[in-house]
Ligand binder design. Structure first.
Ligand code: NAI
Length: 296
């Protein structure tokens, strides 16, 4: 469990929603002790259930034995007290995507943990640098961007700020490898690597559709059958959620001023009209019920 320098053993995960519960599961599955923190008893129970259901599925698929599932769950302590991350070697934050809320949490974490503890954020679009400045030692703050669902997706983007200590970067990359993940390292720019490239492409597909250059089916078929992508860009946007996609593009555009990221106007119109994709039953395509196959 040793990476280059630090001996990471106990990992704090703050926020046990979609991402945090998955991240806690990944660490526990690889033998780390995890302290999972939530704001209240109800959300804590939801986090616990999330881990339970996710590992139940792994058992059903034969990817985890019932004994290993029990060991995995036994590695996680569930708590509503932030003080309980005191002895952690690394704390990963996975709470709501709002800068002031994350900054307040990092201020509190800074006061709770020891000087050697690495503080990481799973933010997808906020500035890791701005989060780090709310602590007394920004050099130990880093981005670790897991992909959804964390137990399945292999990639972890490790985000260094201009002041992240090189040994922190090296140790965290080693830690990601110990989870059987592939770490990639990048600077602190909205979208990091994967989303910066992906969302420019998705936005371009929307612009093509908006200009009536090609039909939605043909745009999607071109990328599936011509480029081997598992999904076409418009179907993928329906899956991500058009509201989420708009927010990500807007953040990237405001930060980088790259025209590629200026959200296609129709995207905002669809969001305003409530056509958010699968979750509302209609986006670029129409769905019978949320998550059902494409019907129209
Ligand atoms: P979520 O809304 O599912 O979960 C957030 C959880 O944090 C909630 O359970 C909430 O009760 C808890 N929380 C809020 N404030 C807290 C506090 N002060 N202390 C402890 N817990 C607190 O959100 P999700 O989707 O898991 O996102 C979390 C972070 O991960 C965000 O920064 C997001 O940008 C990032 N992310 C999300 C991805 C996704 O596909 N959903 C992918 C990669 C990163």
């Amino acid at each position: 469990m040793t990476s280059n320098g630090r001996d990471f053993r106990t990992i704090g995960v703050v926020g046990l929603g979609t991402m945090g519960a998955g991240i806690a599961e990944v660490f526990a599955r690889n033998g780390y002790d995890v302290v999972g923190v939530e704001v209240g008893e109800e959300s804590l129970e939801r986090g616990r259930q999330h881990v339970q259901h996710s590992t139940d599925r792994a058992v059903k698929r034969g990817k985890l034995s019932p004994e290993d599932q029990a060991t995995l769950v036994g590695h996680i302590t569930f708590t509503t007290s932030l003080e309980d991350v005191k002895g952690c070697d690394l704390v990963v934050e996975a709470i709501v995507e709002q800068l002031p809320v994350k900054q307040e949490l990092f201020r509190r974490l800074d006061a709770v943990v020891g000087p050697e503890t690495v503080l990481a954020t799973n933010t997808s679009s906020l500035s890791v640098t701005e989060i780090s400045t709310s602590t007394s030692s920004p050099g130990r703050v880093i981005g670790v961007h897991f992909f959804n669902p964390a137990p399945v997706q292999n990639l972890v983007e490790i985000v260094r700020t201009v002041v992240t200590e090189p040994d922190v970067l090296e140790d965290v990359a080693g830690l990601a490898r110990s989870l059987n993940k592939t770490p990639v390292i990048c600077g602190d720019k909205a979208g990091f690597i994967a989303n910066a490239l992906l969302f420019g492409y998705l936005n371009h597909a929307v612009a093509m559709y908006e200009a009536k250059y090609a039909s939605r089916e043909d745009i999607d078929a071109a990328m599936r059958f011509g480029c081997g992508y598992p999904m076409g860009p418009l179907a993928l946007l329906d899956l991500i959620g058009l509201d989420t996609a708009y927010e990500i593009l807007d953040t990237m555009y405001k930060q980088g001023r790259d025209r590629l990221h200026a959200p296609a106007p129709i995207l905002k119109q669809m969001v305003a009209a409530g056509l958010l994709g699968r979750k509302t039953g209609r986006g670029f395509y129409t769905y019978e019920a949320p998550d059902s196959p494409i019907v129209v």
